[in-house]
Design a protein around this ligand. Structure first.
Ligand SMILES: Cc1cc2nc3c(=O)[nH]c(=O)nc-3n(C[C@H](O)[C@H](O)[C@H](O)COP(=O)(O)O)c2cc1C
Length: 305
């Protein structure tokens, strides 16, 4: 049986968001071999990540907090996620973005970044608004988060109470697609997403990495000369030899990624950005985190070179 967990982030257990979640569950029920379970996150106690980094240091990459996401991986939410074949998040739009509960849930998935255990897991989301909206923005935000874990993005529904009946049909259909992907995950095995596949697969999704990543790295200039990397090389802030070497390699690749983007070759730009960003990640880890903050080397599953 393929197991899907369908998490409700709204405190209103029979509200708009919950109704769309139920429609998605109907869609999943139409798939042979799917066992989907609704999980009201309000029933589970968990707080924010406390930045202790124990999940990075421990060999099994689990959380030490005494709550639903911790207990060395035995907390009910982390245990269920670890064995699921698919995840649905149904989330009310709060303050023009995802709800705090949704953000908390994602934040506490941090240990899975290091184990790589969510990589390739089928994922779908529902962002439901009832007032001014910004459900598309909320959907993009959730998409960005699951990109970070390398989940397989089956789809995201941006819904509003103003077209609720249509949204119900779309939620059902999304549930069917998630169910089918979960069955594939259960029968054929997990297909983790390598970084290049991940960056390319998300190119047409509600959130794609290329532009925001380059925008951030270049301080909004989209030019190498304006980038953090150029600034750091000039100032010599990366003093550890290994970090400085990685930074220089990242600099060359950043130039190439920007050039590919400028000539409109977005696939190539994404491919080179994967290389550049992996080196940038390792350089910053070595320089700022490894000895002073985390106390351990970068785990193998995270941004491999
Ligand atoms: C703290 C909070 C912030 C909200 N912000 C927005 C918003 O930015 N845009 C919007 O359209 N609705 C907003 N709403 C309304 C919700 O989207 C509304 O509750 C909607 O019905 C979501 O489904 P549910 O509450 O029935 O689960 C907000 C509600 C709360 C409680």
């Amino acid at each position: 049986m393929a197991k899907v967990i369908a998490c409700l982030c709204s405190g209103r257990r029979s509200g708009y968001t919950a109704t769309l979640l139920e429609a998605a569950l109907e869609g999943m029920a139409a798939c042979d071999g799917v066992e989907a379970e609704r999980v009201d996150l309000d029933d589970h106690a968990f707080g924010p990540c406390r930045s202790c980094f124990a999940c990075i240091r421990s060999p099994d990459h689990t959380c030490v907090q005494d709550d639903a996401f911790g207990r060395g991986g035995k907390g009910e939410l982390s245990a269920r996620l670890a064995t699921a074949n698919g995840l649905l998040i149904a989330d009310p739009v709060h303050n023009w973005g995802p709800s705090a509960t949704c953000h908390l849930f994602i934040e506490r998935c941090y240990p899975f970044l290091w184990s790589g255990r969510l990589s390739g897991m089928p994922f779908a989301s529902i962002s439901c608004a009832g007032n001014q909206g910004m459900h598309r923005l909320a959907r993009a935000n959730i998409c960005k988060w699951v990109f970070g874990f390398g989940m397989r993005y089956v789809g995201g529904l941006a819904a509003h109470a103003a077209y609720f009946e249509r949204a119900r049909g779309e939620a059902r259909e999304l549930g069917e697609r998630l169910g089918a992907a979960a069955v594939q995950d259960a029968t054929e095995g997990r297909r983790p997403m390598a970084d290049e596949e991940r960056f390319l697969a998300y190119m047409d999704s509600p959130w794609a990495a290329l532009n925001p990543y380059l925008e951030n790295l270049t301080h909004g200039t989209m030019r190498y000369e304006g980038s953090i990397i150029a600034e750091a090389l000039k100032a010599g802030t990366f003093t550890k030899p290994e970090a400085a070497k990685l930074l220089s390699e990242a600099a060359k690749l950043l130039r190439e990624a920007l050039a590919a983007r400028a000539r409109g070759d977005l696939e190539e730009a994404n491919r080179v950005l994967v290389e550049a960003s992996a080196r940038w990640t390792h350089a910053t880890w070595k320089q700022f985190l490894e000895d002073d903050v985390i106390g351990t080397a970068q785990p193998d599953a995270y941004r491999p070179l």
